[in-house]
Design a protein around this ligand. Structure first.
Ligand code: HPA
Length: 274
């Protein structure tokens, strides 16, 4: 469990290392790894160096916070280069600790990105989708446990979990960039196995357009703190059972890499208009 005491230790550790106050936080999901090169970097802190901080067990590198300025307007930003997932065995309070840390460092808006499986049959691999809402029913709520009053209220409202203002900016930027962006509902499952075809059919009936293994819990933790949140998914594959082919992590990464330039332009545009 990571509670307020540990979060404060984390915050104090970072603040002792760098004199920088980010206005926004960005989670770099699959397909956005290269975005970090666009940041005028002032510091990078590996997660492994931070006391009590969860370290990713997948993908070969265990992640870092990148601090710096982004875009024409030189927006002060902190980017999460790598995230931990619930399926790695971490407690939900650990999974969302990096999001809470960004908020405690000063981020007033958080941009979430990920790769997701397409459930909506009109989607194609390579599409980008603005997340309008999430289904979190199939994961433990990240706020379970004693409420951290310093961060937010016990029963936070989630009726506008994704900021209409930020969604509007994303829609306008996508038009400017010439990307026919999708919109939809993201359902989070725990993974690490991909869903079964029966589960995908169920999620479609429930109204989900895409499915993934991150992000919804992060959005809840950020909203709990009153942070403005938005999210974009890269539809890296059609979800299980839609196409007659097995799902692989390699396919997820390959597709995400292919759309990275569009993905990067949209996120950059958002940062410049935040
Ligand atoms: N399911 C769950 N998570 C995912 C998928 C998927 O099909 N694709 C990318 N992340």
């Amino acid at each position: 469990m990571i509670g307020y005491k540990e979060l404060n230790t984390i915050k104090e550790y970072i603040e002792a290392k760098i004199d920088f106050s980010p206005e926004a936080g960005l989670v770099l999901g699959s397909g956005l790894g290269g975005f970090s090169k666009k940041i005028e970097k002032i510091a990078e802190i590996p997660y492994s160096e931070i006391p009590d901080f969860p370290v990713s067990t997948v993908e070969g590198h265990n992640g870092s916070f990148i601090f710096g300025y982004i875009g024409r307007n030189r927006l002060p930003i902190v980017a999460m280069n790598g995230r931990v997932h619930y399926y790695e065995g971490y407690h939900m309070s650990e999974v969302v600790a990096p999001i809470r840390t960004m908020g405690m460092l000063g981020a007033k808006a958080i941009i979430l990105t990920n790769a997701a499986g397409g459930i909506n049959l009109s989607f194609s691999p390579g599409d980008l989708m603005i997340i309008k809402d999430v289904i979190t029913t199939f994961i433990p709520n990240p706020l379970i446990g004693p409420n951290i009053e310093e961060l937010g209220t016990r029963f936070p409202d989630m009726s506008k979990i994704f900021s209409p203002r930020l969604i509007n900016i994303l829609e306008n930027i996508s038009k400017e960039v010439g990307v026919d962006i999708r919109e939809g509902i993201y359902a989070q499952c725990t993974g690490p196995s991909f869903e079964t075809p029966a589960e995908i059919n169920m999620l479609r009936v429930l109204g989900a357009d895409a499915v993934g293994m991150s992000t919804a819990c992060e959005a809840i933790a950020a909203r709990h703190m009153g942070i403005e949140v938005c999210g974009v998914s890269c539809i890296s594959n059609m979800a299980a059972g839609i196409l007659d082919q097995p799902l692989t992590h390699a396919e997820v990464q390959e597709t995400a890499d292919k759309v990275s330039s569009h993905f990067e332009s949209i996120i950059l545009g958002l940062c410049e208009n935040l």
